[in-house]
Design a protein around this ligand. Structure first.
Ligand code: APR
Ligand code: ZN
Length: 365
């Protein structure tokens, strides 16, 4: 079949909106008509030439839509179902899946840019086009693995639900699943973009106090308060680590989350934790630069750890987050700066890069 997609041919060149070939739908595939697709910083990293991704590629990974067709062996969804895309397809049988860590499953992930079976389903004039993040959702249609299609109730608006697939999963998941923040624990969140605001609301749901938000932009810190931050630090004006120490009476925080993707801010987050505290790295450092810490500080039983997709178990967590949203206990609307069309993707990248947008949500035709 043919569909319209935004294709990245070369780093830092505008994505081209064009007709591409998509298919065929194989046994374990689900063909989704994409309704809404969020513009996330991870896409921007690839646009800027993040290592390891083959081009040309269709970006986009934070999406929701309607199932149009399913492969011969697919049982969990059928045409007409509304779904949110899970970036972490899983087999359900391996040791990681059996231990509940389905987000670590490698058996349904192909090499970078490929789908779970090691193949691709996108092409243009005989030339292969790759899929970003097991989907490729800046397009009117996408083919994903069955386990990537998480059915949701039909009364939930898809143009909001799309953000569950990355910003909420990565952010709320980092707070509630990876870190398991408990009531009364103190947290610092470095970076208040789409993902960071969700770390903040995740720690708020968990009952953390204080919740210290750090960013360079006043507009982001204002948002952070709306999402549950009790203190804010403008790192363009003051030394963030020093200020966290003052707020916590020199103890440091139980948890510091880095949600930017920079080595310096990972170091700052690590320096902000107390003895036995944990530094959770959510941000993606796009190049292969190295991190240095003073090993002696580890003797205070400090932990520095990563998180894979917020340790999200999508079939359980997506409906939960959407229930909380429908009950008014989780914010999604406030993350959306504007709606736009697929054709507006290049402006949306510009707005994200310049701090003018939390999330632009692209609505497909
Ligand atoms: N100190 C404090 N805040 C900073 C700094 C800094 N040195 N540099 C950037 N920021 C802030 C920006 O002002 C912005 O508000 O970090 C925030 C990053 O947010 P977004 O650009 O909206 O990115 P987001 O989509 O939230 O993703 C953040 O998580 O999933 C990963 O790949 C993603 O690495 C990215 C990170
Ligand atoms: Zn994302």
């Amino acid at each position: 079949m043919k569909t319209t997609a935004a294709v990245l041919y070369q780093p830092r060149t505008p994505l081209k909106i064009e007709e591409v070939e998509l298919g065929p739908v194989k046994d374990e595939d689900v063909l989704v008509r994409i309704v809404a697709s969020g513009v996330c910083h991870s896409d921007l990293h690839v646009y800027h030439g993040q290592e390891g991704w083959p081009l040309p590629m269709v970006l986009g990974h934070e999406a929701a839509g309607v199932v149009e067709e399913v492969g011969a062996t697919v049982r969990s969804v059928r045409p007409g179902d509304h779904v949110v895309i899970n970036l972490a397809p899983f087999c359900g049988r391996c040791e990681d899946c059996a231990s509940g860590k389905i987000y670590l499953c490698e058996r349904k992930r192909g090499p970078a840019g490929h789908l779970y079976d090691g193949g691709t389903r996108l092409a243009k004039g005989g030339r292969r086009i790759y899929h970003y993040a097991n989907c490729a959702a800046y397009a009117n249609h996408a083919i994903i693995h069955e386990s990537s299609a998480i059915p949701i109730a039909k009364h939930i608006p898809l143009e909001k639900a799309c953000l569950v697939g990355c910003a909420l999963a990565a952010g709320i998941g980092a707070a509630m699943n990876t870190a398991k923040v408990a009531p009364g624990q103190s947290v610092a969140v470095f970076g208040c973009g789409g993902v960071g605001l969700n770390v903040i609301q995740g720690t708020r749901l968990a009952g953390a106090s204080p919740i210290i938000a750090i960013d360079l932009l006043e507009s982001k810190l204002y948002k952070a308060r709306e999402f549950g931050a009790t203190e804010t630090i403008d790192a363009s004006q003051e030394d963030a680590v020093k200020r966290v120490m003052e707020i916590t009476r020199n103890r440091g925080v139980d948890f510091a989350f880095e949600v930017i993707g920079r080595v310096e801010t990972i170091q700052q987050a690590y320096q902000s934790i107390r003895a036995s505290g944990k530094c959770v790295v959510v941000g993606v450092v796009a190049d292969s630069s190295e991190l240095s810490i003073v090993p002696r500080t580890l003797l205070q039983e400090k932990t520095i750890m990563g998180t894979r997709y917020g340790s999200t178990r999508a079939p359980r967590d997506f409906p939960l987050y959407l229930d909380l949203y429908m009950q008014g206990r989780l914010k999604i609307d406030e993350l959306i700066t504007r709606y736009a069309k697929l054709e507006d993707i290049n402006e949306a990248f510009h707005a994200l890069e310049h701090g003018e947008a939390i999330r632009t949500v692209l609505l497909m035709e």
